[in-house]
Design a protein around this ligand. Structure first.
Ligand code: BGC
Length: 392
């Protein structure tokens, strides 16, 4: 357990989630930037300037403040902070300090992720998550981030969805480094858990008393009859081994989008089932299911660090979020120790291999001018969160 006197934000956190690579633009010194241009890439387009949030973060935070949201999840780009191994960029750290200060000036709690999918080129070139010293590298980086930003951080997330980095990069071959091996997938998951502890402990050594946790990708899983055992061993690797190891954390981050029905040939959806633009089953009920499961397995406070829907149909987004928040209410009524809900995402951003097609934002971004336009779901979410605790 932590020796620190950990302080959670006083109020339930209502926010939106983002990540550096997906909104900042110009993160050239990363494995993803190179991957998008490599032969055999799965990326349909390049990230480029993203939403230009590196320059427009104040505008983003003004929007958030105008919606009355009290928290914002963003990530720090490792490749900017440590462009070469052991060389830390004061300029980059000062930039993030300015972003966090801008949050605080607006009474927005900054929720800071240290690693969200991307690696600096120097780390990737040496084997990334398969290098025996990756946990020490991450700890060194976390020490610098903690020292520079710890007094401003409201909540910290160590590594975003390490299980997705592992499955996409080392089992399915859809993300860098495009490996397809069950053994290497299992090994990377194991390494990820060590990296998480290394980052967590490095942050605990620095200033601040913010809660620290790991945001895990979770699904509501269902097996087609006869496939239950296979599903259980897959889920054990994707979720249970993580959840059962997180007992020393201050909270557990849960991220979910859908229900996955698995059979021998992969995901099975019933004909006519409602799908999102990601091809996911429309299943906001997964919010209640996954949070409950995480709470039961960890007995820790939970923060829903990501939930949302990729859709061009904003009315479908409102339908999804309406049901998701019903799940939040049921959980709180049942006494589940849930401390916050973060919608993914504030902006229509770079959705990894799928580029800019999937629209997760409650705010649209013009791809040429970067002008931000609120969608009806933004005002809906603002109203829903503002009145959440005063309406039945
Ligand atoms: C990731 C985000 C991604 C979102 C929607 C999560 O898996 O953390 O980076 O954009 O899901 O697919």
């Amino acid at each position: 357990m932590s020796a620190r006197d950990v302080h959670f934000p006083d109020a339930f956190s209502w926010g939106t989630s983002t990540s550096a690579y997906q909104i900042e633009g110009g993160n050239t010194n990363t494995d993803w930037w190179r991957f998008e241009r490599a032969e055999g890439t799965t990326a349909v387009e390049v990230c480029g300037d993203a939403c230009d949030s590196w320059h427009r973060y104040e505008e983003d935070l003004d929007i958030l403040a105008s919606l009355g949201l009290n928290a914002f999840r963003l990530s720090v780009e490792w490749a900017r902070v440590e462009p070469e191994q052991g060389n830390f960029s004061i300029e980059a750290l000062e930039h993030y300090r300015a972003v966090l200060t801008a949050c605080r000036e607006r009474d927005i709690v900054p929720v800071v992720t240290l690693h969200h999918f991307t690696l600096p080129l120097w780390a990737a070139d040496q084997g990334g998550f398969e290098h025996p010293e990756i946990a020490q590298w991450m700890a060194a980086y976390a020490t610098q981030v903690g020292a520079a930003l710890g007094d401003l951080i409201g909540i910290a997330c160590t590594i975003n969805e390490p299980n997705i980095v592992a499955i996409m990069g080392y089992l399915l071959g859809n993300f860098p480094p495009q490996v397809t091996s069950w053994e290497r997938f299992v090994a990377v998951n194991e390494t990820m858990r060590k990296c998480h502890v290394a980052v967590r402990d490095a942050l605990r050594e620095g200033p601040g008393n913010f809660p620290i946790g790991l945001p895990l990708s979770m699904q509501e899983y269902e097996a087609v009859p006869g496939f239950e055992d296979r599903l259980n061993s897959f889920r054990e690797e994707m979720e249970d081994k993580y959840l059962l190891s997180l007992g020393g954390d201050d909270y557990v981050g849960v991220q979910c989008y859908t229900k996955v029905i698995l059979g021998p040939d992969g995901v099975v959806n019933e004909p006519g089932a409602e799908l999102t633009d990601m091809g996911y089953l429309f299943w906001p009920q997964s919010v209640e299911y996954t949070i409950r499961r995480a709470a039961e397995l960890t007995n820790a406070p939970i923060i829903m660090t990501e939930n949302g829907i990729g859709t061009a149909d904003d009315a479908q987004r409102v339908r999804y979020l309406t049901e998701a928040l019903k799940g939040v209410r049921t959980l709180l009524d049942d006494g589940v120790d849930l401390r916050g809900y973060f919608q993914w995402s504030l902006l229509d951003n770079f959705e990894w291999s799928l580029g800019y097609r999937p629209k997760f934002g409650i705010v649209a971004v013009d791809r040429t001018t970067f002008a931000r336009t609120l969608k009806p779901s933004a005002t809906w979410f603002a109203d829903a969160t503002r009145t959440f605790f005063t309406t039945a």
